[in-house]
Write a protein that binds this ligand. Structure first.
Ligand code: T46
Length: 145
């Protein structure tokens, strides 16, 4: 399967969202508003931190859930796989978010010790929305195209 690596530097990738930085002499502030800064209403927020060395997370897709992931401190890698191509995004900026659409297999790895990965989601937690088997994910993706 083709594989590409994308740093979160450029915003030509439509999945990478520049978040407006409000700054003054005291420092910086970013406000994320559902329906404008992110293209959905935010129903849930969670964050991943204290990740142990060498840990990999994710390894699932969502049937319908859409999310925006922002590494607000430290860094980690997010691999998105649409069933045809795998793209590795380096999340290392608090002012850039990565949109994770439905039916994208995701894996996370290489968390720095200080990484805090903030995720905004458009639905409440629902285990029934997870596809945790890669072959089932591919079958489902292929049945949609
Ligand atoms: C995703 C990636 C980026 C809850 O009870 N409520 C929640 O809102 C979440 C997100 C998780 N949980 C429970 C379910 C598991 O028992 O917390 C435990 C850890 O969740 P999981 O193993 O799914 O964590 P990750 O890091 O593999 O995946 C998470 C999200 O679950 C997932 O939606 O897209 O982060």
């Amino acid at each position: 399967m083709p594989s590409v690596e994308v740093p979160l530097q450029g915003t030509s990738d439509p999945l990478i969202r520049q978040l407006p930085v409000l700054g003054d002499h005291r420092g910086s502030l970013i406000a994320i508003e559902g329906g404008s800064t992110v293209p959905f209403d935010v129903k849930r927020i969670y964050y991943i931190f204290g990740t142990q060395p060498g840990v990999e997370r994710g390894f699932h897709a969502h049937v319908a859930l859409r999310q925006l992931a922002v590494c607000v401190a430290g860094s980690c890698e997010m691999i998105l796989d649409d069933g045809r191509e795998r793209t590795t995004y380096l999340l290392d900026r608090p002012d850039r978010g990565l949109l994770i659409q439905a039916m994208m297999w995701r894996e996370m790895r290489n968390f720095s010790a200080d990484a805090v990965l903030l995720v905004l989601a458009d639905h409440a937690y629902d285990e029934a929305d997870y596809i945790r088997d890669y072959d089932r994910f591919l079958e489902t993706v292929n049945s949609l195209t």
